[in-house]
Design a protein around this ligand. Sequence first.
Ligand SMILES: Cc1ncc(COP(=O)(O)O)c(C=O)c1O
Length: 385
Amino acid sequence: MNHILENLQPSASVALMARAKEMQKADPTVIGLAGGEPDFDTPERITRAAIDSLLAGNTHYTDSAGIPELRAAIAEKLRADNGIDADASRVLVTPGGKYAIYLTVNALLNPGEEALILDPSWVSYGPIVRAAHGVDVHVKLQAAEAYRITREALEAAVTDRTRLLILNYPNNPTGRILHTDEAEAVEAFLLAHPQVWLLSDEVYETIVYGEKSLSMGARPAVADRVVTVNGFSKCAAMTGWRLGYLHAPEPAFRLIARLYSHSMSCASGFLQAGAAEAFSCREEMERMRRVYARRRDLFIVAMNAIPGVRAEYPEGAFYAWVFFDLPGMDSQAVSRYLMERARVVGMPGSAYGEEGCALRFSFANAAEDMAEAARRIREAILALN
Ligand SMILES: Cc1ncc(COP(=O)(O)O)c(C=O)c1O
């Protein structure tokens, strides 16, 4: 048996989501805010295009890297929205952004080589690096510094075995976007370390509440070492379709495409035909974004009104990152307590490598549920005093 896989923990968010569903069977009033899944339906135009394609008999293997019209639409989107000098020949369509990350990590690391991950970080980066026989090196960004990336923090973690830096903006779990000073720090770092590639995970791109997050792939000085990952799950409410994509410069693209052809062959053709419609669903995406914005405001205001609880307004994604100042309780204890007492399920910050006592609550849930969850959290916290 593979010792590395034996030592990996299952995804904490997937496990807690399943736990919430289990609890809801016995008690339908349980409010599950642990998952990272839009509660909206996929825009109808996308679904119809997939059904039409299926009925038209599109049930065969496609080109391994994806159907030409979708790859072209993705390249056009990356050029127009992200300022990336993208070419359809370097776009690969994958079953979910997660698999695009998996391929990239495997293509860029040799056994024992290191990937820098900025904590707090999404729960799957570390396991994906380890499963690829790489070493995940965690750079702790500080809540007190608004989790800003600094050149110093990166330099302190780099070694002669570092080959990859993973960035995720808009960020899960903190809701931070990538700002100009940080992009400049990352660029300077990459220029000083020509052996290091960058994986930029931008799956929450369209869900922002002010400025747009920057794409490192748009910076010409380093673009030849930036793999950009994005997908349809979060932005177009298509989690169950399992469709994402990446854009990679040569020579990474060649290796990624090689591994893909041996591990997945291709993504489903009729689903890809549906996804090709996603880029003409801007209005629907904008409507979802506005609804997230209202829920965000409601929940953040409610959290900050509870004594000993504080939360910044996230700049992007659909997570509230909430700090609890409760003597003797860490994030796991608070998560357990709220689950039992308030029947509200939130992810403990420790799952993301946060040392402070933070919980992540998804506001990709109905506003009434968010309001009720906030009310119950308040009651539960007040009951402790
Ligand atoms: C930061 C981040 N990256 C990637 C993914 C993967 O999304 P998908 O595989 O559904 O495209 C997720 C999903 O939770 C995520 O939060």
